[in-house]
Design a protein around this ligand. Structure first.
Ligand code: NAD
Length: 353
């Protein structure tokens, strides 16, 4: 199952030729048949090597040159480290269509600056929170939108894996790691299914074996009031082999439930197979779980959807991308709330008299 695709093949110009572009953006665009015309990286060898691998016709050695060359209907795909995003954005032409890699800045203040800049420059800006468009999430949304699950009352994301954070140099000095760079996907997913929560509670924790990093494990509770539970629990430090590694998304409603085991993080970077199971309650019958075979996975297929939304909006097929900067800033607000909640701490036992 893949996302709705645009009818126009707008030329894509990529800024940043790093890991995620090579392993996810470009493989996804090949599957979707998107028309990638140019690439630029401050390290020209990286741009050249990526262009060769993915048959991209134009390699640029500076951003100005790319911007001058790009036609008015170009779509810019920015995948640089977070602290470079604002300076790249400032250089893009007014009214351009642009997809920015997540997170949307390093914190909520930066997210506001990005949104403000996008407004001033009249950019059509979308953010690459792509888990929303993973084939198994699209399948789940279809079941939910049909009404087959009834009213949603519980979403749980549970991740118990070993993540080699050292592969991403920039994380070593980042004041925020797990929620900002990883659980943000689950926060964004829960927002797309349930809307904005009323509040967020969280505790995010470092790990003794990774003490050079900021916190790498998180418990996040998204508060939707009395009747809906939304919980994220992640441990990236489960360095005890693969048998007990797990990562799932479970969605429960009044009429049925879905459990998605997603394999991307298991035995990273090898990964494991995904599975999609669901149950629809029937009066008088024992609940019977069924399997659904889903073609494609989070990496790379979900990356089709985040770019497709931008292209659909650029060609006028939809009013705005579902992952617009205006929408995604609320995911950043939830992340900010989670860090603030963690800093604030829980209710002290000494206050219980
Ligand atoms: N959506 C996801 O699931 C996901 C996954 C991984 C990374 N990311 C995000 O993607 C971005 C890039 O991550 P990565 O893993 O590819 O990192 P990376 O370090 O492998 O690649 C970044 C590339 O950007 C280049 N670069 C740096 N500054 C630049 C500039 N000003 N102009 C042009 N190129 C510049 C670097 O030379 C490098 O090649 C980060 O913001 C990261 O958070 C998102």
């Amino acid at each position: 199952m893949i996302a709705q695709l645009p009818s126009e093949k707008r030329p894509v110009y990529i800024i940043g030729a790093g890991g995620i572009v090579n392993t996810a953006h470009l493989p996804a665009y090949q599957i979707a048949g998107f028309n990638v015309q140019g690439i630029f990286d401050i390290v020209s060898e990286k741009a050249k090597a990526t262009a060769e691998k993915f048959l991209i016709p134009k390699v640029f050695t500076d951003l100005k040159q790319m911007i001058t060359d790009a036609p008015p209907n170009a779509v810019f795909d920015v995948a640089v480290p977070g602290d470079q995003t604002i300076s790249v954005l400032k250089q893009l032409p007014d009214s351009a269509a642009v997809l920015l890699q997540k997170p949307m800045g390093e914190n909520y203040n930066e997210a506001k600056q990005i949104l403000q800049l996008a407004k001033e420059k009249k950019l059509l800006a979308a953010i690459n929170f792509q888990l929303r468009y993973a084939p198994y999430i699209l399948a789940a949304k279809k079941i939910i939108d049909n009404g087959d699950l009834g009213e949603l009352n519980d979403i749980e994301v549970n991740v118990n894996v070993y993540t080699p954070w050292h592969l991403w140099d920039f994380l070593m000095t980042s004041p925020r790691v797990e929620i900002l760079y990883h659980s943000i996907h689950y926060v964004d997913l829960i927002r797309t299914l349930l809307g904005d929560p009323r509040s967020v509670y969280a505790k995010t924790t470092k790990h003794p074996s990774m003490d050079q990093l900021a916190s790498v494990r998180s418990n996040i509770i998204m508060d939707y009031g009395e009747m809906i539970a939304a919980n994220i629990l992640t441990n990236h430090c489960h360095n005890y082999g693969t048998p007990k590694q797990q990562s799932y998304i479970k969605i429960e409603g009044s009429k049925g439930a879905i459990k998605i085991n997603f394999g991307a993080l298991i035995d990273y970077p090898r990964g494991a197979a995904d599975s999609f199971e669901y149950v629809l309650l029937q009066d008088g019958k024992e609940p019977e779980w069924r399997q659904m075979n889903i073609e494609g996975s989070w990496f790379p297929h979900a990356f089709i959807g985040s770019m497709a939304q931008l292209m659909l909006a650029a060609e006028g097929s939809i009013a705005k991308p579902d992952n617009s900067a205006e929408d995604c800033i609320h995911t950043m607000a939830c992340v900010e709330a989670a860090y603030l909640s963690s800093e604030k701490g829980g209710v002290l036992l000494s206050e219980i008299k």
